[in-house]
Design a protein around this ligand. Structure first.
Ligand code: MRU
Length: 362
């Protein structure tokens, strides 16, 4: 996607020994690239959220395995490096999916061929991620076109939570991809951007990337969506997902479940956009079975921002000594989901009171 008019992906290898990323800890205040040269640096970048978002975590792990192939002296060493990547974050399934895909490719090619194999496979994982997201955009566009046709000449208002934009993938994004496609097709769209505390990925990242692409948007405090829906100001909710089970239950950034409840109560369609690399068909009941990441309470008790002198500062916003708990994700049960948009098409939830009944889950 475009940054100041120049085209970027979120991750690439400028040479065989370097993984280059956009350092998302610095956005929206500063657009910085960061080079990673060891598996430990890649693991730290994932854990510290220099890269984040399910698809990008998967692509980063794929590139991390390309470095692991170079670092490893034997198969046991490679397995240890693979584990160090998988253990960085628990909820997004794309991480273990990409690492296991690399291990399979290396096993099939033979350990002596690991470096060339892992490098090529990493590129394939990244290219496929971008292609899947582009296809999600085209399928999701049909939903927005349908809404636009029902209100000619009026703006289509779409609410999204967190950042499932191109920054969360290699390119295009999942939830934002249909929005970019609609904007490019000339449909007047406006996006309600949930702030998404505690790390504010909506306010910091989604707003920044929508702004870069010229898509009209408004940042709202996380609790605002229900009110907007009650007053007819939301036509559609699209969010991403970090893991979707065989029941269709979707883990996504904390607070997504509450948006789905409000959407259900107000008859607003609620879609989950995901590449099929985010499906985990080994799990059924997402509420019980999806591992939910807990992060440090400091993300809740403190806020980062830019001061008038341009310096980035962190300030405490709670009483000294108050404890905070920080669940990173929640699970939206399938019964609250209107449909799932993947690169294969739209899977409509035909029985929202029970569970999904759909092709991507077959
Ligand atoms: O903690 P993050 O920023 O890695 O969380 C991931 C997300 O941004 C969201 O949950 C997103 O909607 C799904 S990832 C495409």
């Amino acid at each position: 996607m475009l940054v100041s008019g120049q085209s970027y992906r979120t991750i690439w290898m400028p040479d065989d020994a370097t993984v280059r990323i956009i350092d998302q800890r610095r956005l929206p205040w500063s657009f910085d690239l960061l080079d990673l040269r060891t598996v430990a640096e890649v693991a730290h970048a994932i854990q510290d959220m220099a890269v984040r978002g399910a698809g990008l975590i998967g692509a980063t792990a794929g590139f991390g395995m390309a470095l692991a192939a170079r670092e490893s002296t034997d198969e046991a060493h490679l397995a240890r490096l693979a584990r160090s990547l998988i253990e960085t974050r628990p909820t997004a399934v794309n991480l273990s999916w990409a690492v296991n895909r690399q291990l399979t490719a290396i096993r099939e090619a033979g350990f002596p061929n690991r470096i060339r194999t892992a490098r090529a496979e990493a590129q394939r994982i990244a290219d496929e991620d971008a292609a899947m997201c582009a296809a999600i955009g085209q399928h999701g566009l049909a939903i927005i076109q349908e809404i636009a046709a029902r209100k000619p000449g009026q703006v289509v208002n779409i609410l999204t939570h967190c950042n499932a934009g191109w920054l969360a993938f290699v390119d295009h994004g999942s939830a934002t991809s249909p929005i970019y496609a609609a904007h490019a097709a000339g449909i007047p769209v406006h996006v309600w951007v949930d702030e998404t505390r505690p790390r504010s990925q909506g306010a910091r990242l989604t707003a920044w990337e929508l702004g870069q692409q010229g898509v009209p948007h408004t940042i709202i405090a996380d609790n605002t969506g229900g009110h907007l829906m009650q007053h007819g100001l939301v036509d559609l909710v699209i969010t991403g997902a970090d893991r979707v089970t065989s029941h269709g239950d979707a883990a996504n950034k904390i607070g997504t479940y509450l948006k789905a409840l409000a959407a259900k109560d107000n008859g607003v369609p609620f879609y989950i956009a995901l590449p099929t690399s985010t499906l985990d068909l080994t799990l059924g009941d997402g509420v019980k079975e999806i591992p939910i990441e807990q992060r440090g309470g400091d993300e809740v008790t403190h806020l980062e921002g830019i001061a008038s002198d341009g310096s980035v500062q962190t300030v405490r916003i709670v009483p000294e000594g108050s404890r905070a708990v920080n669940y990173g994700f929640d699970v939206t049960p399938a019964r609250l989901i209107t449909g799932w948009i993947t690169e294969r098409g739209i899977t409509t939830n035909t029985n929202q009171h029970q569970s999904r009944s759909a092709s991507i889950f077959a």
